[in-house]
Ligand binder design. Sequence first.
Ligand SMILES: Cc1ncc(COP(=O)(O)O)c(C=O)c1O
Length: 380
Amino acid sequence: MNELIPFSKACIVGDELEFVKDSIKSGYTSANGKYTKKCLKFFEEFFNHNRSLLTNSCTAALEISILLADIKSKDEVILPSFTFPSTANCIVLRGAVPIFADIEKETLCLDINDVKKKISKKTKAIINVHYAGISTNSEELRKICDHFEIMLIEDAAQSFYGFDKAGPFGMHGHISCFSFHETKSITCGEGGAIVLNEPSLYKRAEIILEKGTDRISFQKGLIDKYTWRDVGSSYGLCDFNAAFLYGQLCKIDKIISLRSKIWENYFKNLSEKLNVNNLIHNKMYDNLKTNAHMFWILLETKNARDNFIRRFKKNNIIVTSHYNPLHKSPYYLSKFTKKFELPVTEYVCPTLVRLPLFNLLSEKEQNKIYNIVNQILASE
Ligand SMILES: Cc1ncc(COP(=O)(O)O)c(C=O)c1O
């Protein structure tokens, strides 16, 4: 049997383990410790001095965002159906209503024309998911949000260290949320960050993150004791996870360059073979730089996609599908009656496949992957 090629693999690239040891030895291992401060310094320089907080996941960052946006029962929030359940859960946790918009076939990001059709008097926010480390429409969506005086929350779970012409992804929303889950380009097992592009949101975000208390002000020595101030939960990241994350941030250019090489090889080797009528491939963008988070392919039918996954599995290589459409999920159908017609989402969900992509994927392994794609195409 060939050796397994997994879909993704956590990789140590620098001093992550030394930093974790140092954090534990320091005697302070909960949230807002030494390594959180180091990570936040990195983010503040990277995000043009906008404030940020480390969270224990992107899910936590999204929940904080919805509280900051004051989303209440019966309010509406527009989001793609083609996303992870966390993007919708934060809305329904507040008793609000998810309104699903379609995506564009080329980018798999929100279709602005469909978003515009779905804005109503009840709309309080739009959550824009950056798919596969790319966001093509955040600037335009921010203009729409400003016009209607609603919030733009960027679910940038997959796009940390990607750039558009204005700077790093995550600068257009009022708030942006990132993930450092083990499947992401930069990781600490489970982790996330919330970037607050509106300075007025920062103080309340600190309180929500610390169980509704002003404990962070207490830790900074600004007050004598802390107390319950607002709603909140336990959303912070423990210091040894932050230490691992800091190790990755110190080597971020190396990590992204290793991943980018693999992404570009996939693109070069597969895009010629993947005829547009048969398989639609990722596009190279002039003004955008992906963080090479993911390489996806769309096949013509669900059968072709499932066969593709099976053929790889037979060769001990894990390629995977991605999201099931949320507007057709058991939870949504059991709780809401509003129906959505989202033709691109309904085509993409059953036909999309993602190829293995992690720092240490060797050239030999990449060649094996191209060969299997060739074999599948030849047998069609
Ligand atoms: C678009 C999107 N949002 C949110 C999440 C949740 O991220 P986390 O696992 O950090 O909570 C994911 C997870 O992959 C995601 O793909």
